[in-house]
Design a protein around this ligand. Sequence first.
Ligand code: GLA
Length: 355
Amino acid sequence: MSFKDIFNIDGEVKESAHARVNLIGEHTDYTGGYVMPTLLSFKNTIEITENNTNEFIVYSQYFKEKKAFNDFKKSTNNEWVDYIKGCLHIFFEENKISSRYLNIYISSDIPLERGISSSSALCVATLKALNTFFETKIKDPEIAKLAKKVEFNYIGVSGGIMDQMVSSIGIHGKAFFMNCKNLEYELISFPKNWKFCLIDSEVQRNLRNSSYNERFAELQEAERSLGVEYLGGVKKQNFQPDKFDNNTIAKRAKHVVFENDRVINAKKNLIENNIYEFGNLMNESHESYSKDFEASTLDVDLIVKRSVECGALGARLTGGGFGGFTVSLIERNNFSHWYSKILNFYPAEKIFEVN
Ligand code: GLA
């Protein structure tokens, strides 16, 4: 069903935002470190018109559901429409404009709860559509910060700014390297012989209910133990595990400190077209994410192992952890070999080409 089928008129404004895959740099964003995601072709599209009723009417093509409301109170049972209410609430509050009632239509092909930031893409697309509709001229980095506010302040999920920034500013086919402390970023092209592929572990993850918030708190404890504002400022060579009373906190911190070093090396290797070194860094990143950060699952570890055995140069779990997609790096001229071998383990519907 299209916008017209639902609302009987054509949409006036249309904006989209893409999901992302993080190539390397996990749980480093909210600790002032480095990340390197890239956009996927999966996306959310938001269409808007004004309506002459006294309520907001939102239709989700994904859930095939229509919701109407005239206040921005969050539901008590985590409904999808909360993200839209949150965006409207934050947008009107920040811009000090009085709200007008709107028809909002959401279409999306982003698989949910798979670690590719479907929620950030939804918030970024909604805020961009509101920005266009109300002609507020908010710049893309500010859209990202508003989207983060929606997730952090309104929805109540801990997290960093990586997903919103890449979804708002990123370019398809380029790596988005970012220093999360000052939000400076670089867009870097992939060499022609590099190919990334996702494999869906089908282990659904839910940021709210998973151990994401626990890891977030553990890293804050690590920062307190070291007496630093951000773990991202700690260099690998200065990392002293004996500064921690608690071994678990030491392992979590080690993952972040070494992961930052890997992201910086990964960027250098990407620019210099060192595909083997980049692949090794992805493998080391997964090992650390699984053993020290304990954010993987047995199914995910098996996918990563098989992908490398089938010929990937590197493979790792991507995103917040505890299930979702894995990402593999494959040399393009070896792709059909890797693909035919991986099909012995996983069906084609679970495998997605990134570039
Ligand atoms: C989620 C969060 C991000 C980031 C990743 C882990 O996607 O939204 O901010 O922390 O997890 O790297």
